[in-house]
Write a protein that binds this ligand. Structure first.
Ligand code: NAD
Length: 361
């Protein structure tokens, strides 16, 4: 048995967590689920949206399947998702984007993976607010010491990119490519403009590539990459990006393959990995047995691969693909018309996937 923390989240979280858990169990993967709470429901009971017991369980087990969590507004708590990524040093965000037959999209045959650096860049949270003393001091310093001037009425966000973090994320992209039998890594940047941050990213990417010559390597400037992904997405395989470009291109790539309902993800560190859908807690659908469980189930497929349960992962992915391709037992968002009365609920879609797994045993 493998111990895995299951975070049920809030909003639609508990429903899709239950659907994903049942589908994973049906593969015979032998998971011992350690069910833990996080989010606004537990906050009302325990006064914190992220109880210590939940974090301890993730640290102990090293693996978590996590349903979405609402970011509380106006409570003094920051995003629990960001907090988890930072406190557990989950430095790599993985977003596979794959076309499944039956999912409506402008493209077919896409199979690429976005690897986003999770800890640095403009997301480091180092910001200076307009008109504050520190900001004025910083602006004055730059205006005295630098060639370029900053207007006094500016706000400033710092963009740190280090050798350490770049090296480990690009190495991660190569290791992931090798493990998954992929052929190429593309490093994305704007080194022509930001010479000391993105320039460093590009130099380090090239150095890491020299140590991984079994995998093809190339680089792309981020604006060109956006156009290429729209025009020739089939040319790309594993794409590694700094945090901000990674955030934007992850959504672009999710759009290429049919959107949020089918976009799985993972946040991975050296000791801990959490697997979660790209979408949020969609509170307006809470408790309605309506939303699509696919993204969290496919995150479960990623989790099974991560822990070496490849046969079970294949079984589950094939079953999801078959149910989607048939297009009968799918939720409203996967029907050509969203008011289609033949759409099934979250539970029923999971039942269909489980039925498919059992038929192919
Ligand atoms: P959302 O992804 O929750 O919902 C946006 C819309 O997408 C929904 O109204 C719904 O129409 C659709 N949708 C989302 N998931 C779906 C599914 N499984 N099946 C069918 N349709 C689906 O985004 P939001 O409304 O911006 O965020 C709601 C809350 O979730 C916020 O508090 C946000 O901070 C949080 N959030 C959490 C995570 C996470 O836990 N990783 C990620 C994103 C957002």
């Amino acid at each position: 048995m493998t111990d895995v923390t299951l975070i049920r989240g809030d909003g639609i979280g508990p429903e899709i967590a239950e659907a994903a858990r049942r589908c994973i169990d049906a593969t015979g993967a032998q998971i011992n689920w350690d069910i833990k709470e996080a989010g606004i429901d537990v906050m009302q009971r325990e006064g914190t949206p992220l109880p210590d017991a939940t974090v301890e369980s993730i640290k102990k087990n090293g693996i978590a399947l996590k349903a979405p969590i609402t970011t509380p507004v106006g409570t003094g708590f920051r995003s629990i998702n960001v907090h988890l990524r930072q406190s557990l040093d989950l430095y790599a965000c993985l977003r596979p984007c794959k076309s499944y037959k039956g999912v409506r999209s402008r493209y077919t045959d896409i199979d690429l993976v976005v690897v986003r650096e999770n800890t640095e860049d403009c997301y480091a949270g180092i910001e200076f607010e307009k008109d504050k003393d520190d900001t004025t001091e910083l602006i004055n310093w730059i205006n005295i010491h630098g060639e370029k001037k900053i207007r006094p009425d500016s706000g400033i966000t710092i963009k740190p990119i280090s050798v350490y973090a770049t090296e480990r994320i690009v190495r991660f992209a190569f290791d992931y490519a090798r493990k998954m039998g992929r052929k190429k890594v593309t490093s994305v940047h704007k080194a022509n403009i930001m010479k000391y941050s993105d320039g460093l990213w590009l130099d380090v990417s090239r150095e890491v590539a020299k140590k991984n010559t079994d995998i093809e390597f190339e680089d792309r400037i981020v604006d060109n990459m956006c156009m290429q992904l729209i025009q020739k997405p089939e040319l790309y395989d594993v794409i590694v990006l700094p945090n901000l470009y990674g955030d934007i291109l992850s959504d672009l790539c999710a759009g290429l393959v049919g959107g949020l309902g089918v976009a799985p993800g993972a946040n991975i560190g050296d000791n801990v990995a959490t697997f979660e859908a790209t979408h949020g807690s969609a509170p307006k659908y809470k408790g309605l047995n309506k939303v699509n469980p696919t993204a969290l189930i496919l995150s479960g497929v990623m989790m099974l691969r991560h822990i070496g349960k490849t046969a079970e992962a294949d079984k589950l992915e094939n079953a999801v693909a078959a149910v989607i391709a048939e297009g009968k037992s799918v939720t409203y968002d996967m029907k050509p018309n969203r008011d289609d009365l033949t759409a099934v609920g979250t539970r029923q879609m999971a039942d269909a996937i489980i039925g498919q797994i059992k038929r192919t045993k």
